[in-house]
Design a protein. Structure first.
Length: 469
């Protein structure tokens, strides 16, 4: 009868093993705009953003820094470790659904005295025990589902961190190179202003000009020196930032000064990017993919909480042998075996199961809100970058025209000075306007590239969920 009852329990377990508590995950709907503002709808001929999108800038040093990020960046190392941990957690959870098997071996010796006779009894025991708790209600299945989704989220977190670091590295590099160009120009300005100061000082000594002319020229020299000092501070900070991003000690890292070629803003040249539909953004942003995977994990945890309301079935079996010596144990054992089953159900738990269910549902609601917010932020970042790029391009075009005007004005002032019509201060003033326009043009070029890198990051870089499930 006992064997029949155990068989019935086992059959029931197998019949119900396909059940899973909780609802299967369904990705929530989210409203998506038809197109980005001021951007044409994507066509089949549009090129993809490459995995190494920064190579479009044709800068070998930047490319080497990007390669170093994958090897030495400690934030990526931390995220990679978190992903490995998530994979190990899946294996541990799957193991909970498997039977367990244990073995034991013990030996004992006892002595008893009766009258004048001492009796010695020896025994050797060996046993095997097996137990299994069938996953009838799918608690382990849901837990595995949650951990797999969390592992996928950890993988996309790694890719999101990688993209964020790449974008930050590119932006810091372009800003640094923009400062290099400004610094070289300011050095030329300082040289010209210093020469003008010497001329005006000599003119003052000869009684040709007044003291205020000397002070004005000296002030211009001091102002340029202050600008150079400020640029040096900012450049050093950017250099230190780049060092940390590629896993280097800032005190042991330096970047030689270099001027990048100016960008042709009439077509934005290497800054061209393929157009994409807004719906594609959901497949291109690793942070969106991560938020979506965490929704699935949270949904599965509701199933885990639901399973706690159902009875738990446990099956066990053991076989053992006992003899007075190890040799007899092996040859002529006295076998002892047992089969057992148990069915348990909590009747009163003080409300902990209900509280756990509420926590799981609240966590799911939070993950849904986080997913929707992540999508909204993604759209905002793309729109911000698009509008910034457009405005910067327009501003750069206007600045080029202004630079032409200030160049013409400087040439006129220079001719007037050579003809003796105006003095040295007029040259300094016209030159100051010209140099300021040149500095602004350099700054706009740097900001264009920074904005472009930001847009690439907003579009998800070269990452795509269909290629990295």
């Amino acid at each position: 009868m006992r064997t029949i009852s155990l068989s019935l329990l086992l059959c029931a377990a197998l019949l119900m093993a396909g059940c899973s508590a909780g609802k299967d995950y369904v990705k929530p709907h989210i409203a998506i705009p038809q197109a980005f503002k001021g951007w044409k709808i994507a066509t089949p001929n549009d090129a993809k953003i490459g995995d190494k999108w920064w190579q479009e800038y044709n800068d070998a040093l930047l490319d080497s820094y990007m390669q170093a990020v994958n090897v030495s960046n400690q934030t990526l190392a931390k995220n990679a470790a978190a992903y490995k941990y998530a994979l190990a957690l899946i294996e541990a959870t799957k193991a909970e659904a498997m039977p367990t098997l244990g073995a034991g071996l013990s030996a004992s010796s006892s002595h008893s005295a009766q009258s004048s006779v001492t009796k010695t009894t020896k025994s050797v025991d060996a046993s095997l025990q097996a137990s299994w708790m069938p996953d009838i209600w799918g608690e382990v299945k849901r837990a595995v589902e949650a951990n797999e989704a969390n592992a996928e989220a950890a993988k996309t977190d790694l890719e999101a961190a990688r993209l964020s670091i790449q974008v930050l590295l590119a932006q810091s590099y372009f800003q640094l190179r923009g400062l290099d160009a400004q610094s070289i120009l300011l050095s030329k300005i300082l040289k010209d202003y210093t020469a003008s100061l010497t001329i005006i000082q000599n003119q003052y000594n000869a009684g040709i000009v007044v003291k205020t002319d000397v002070l004005t020229a000296a002030g211009a020299v001091k102002a340029v020196r202050a600008q150079i000092s400020e640029l040096e501070i900012t450049r050093a900070q950017l250099e230190h930032s780049i060092a940390v991003l590629i896993g280097k000690n800032p005190s042991e890292f330096s970047i030689a000064q270099k001027v990048l070629p100016l960008q042709d803003t009439s077509r934005v040249s290497a800054l061209d990017i393929p157009s994409l539909l807004p719906s594609e953004l959901l497949e291109r942003r690793p942070d969106i993919a991560s938020a979506e995977r965490r929704m699935k994990a949270a949904n599965a945890q509701i199933g885990v909480a639901d399973a706690a309301w159902f009875p738990q079935l446990g099956l066990s079996a053991s076989v053992g042998a006992q003899a007075n010596t190890l040799a007899n144990l092996i040859s002529t054992p006295n076998l002892v075996w047992a089969l057992g089953g148990s069915l348990s159900q909590a009747i009163f738990d003080g409300g902990i199961r209900e509280a756990n269910k509420k926590q799981a549902m609240a966590n799911y609601d939070e993950s849904v809100a986080n997913y929707k917010q992540t999508v909204l932020v993604a759209f905002r970042e793309v729109e911000d970058s698009l509008s910034t790029l457009k405005s910067l391009k327009d501003e750069s075009d206007i600045q080029k025209e202004k630079l032409k005007l200030s160049t013409e004005m400087f040439n006129i002032s220079k001719n007037q000075y050579n003809a003796g019509i105006v003095n040295e201060l007029n040259i300094i003033s016209a030159e100051a306007d010209l140099f300021n326009d040149m500095l602004l043009e350099i700054e706009l070029q740097s900001r264009l590239k920074v904005a472009h890198a930001s847009l690439i990051g907003g579009l998800g870089g070269g990452w795509n969920s269909s290629e990295h499930p």
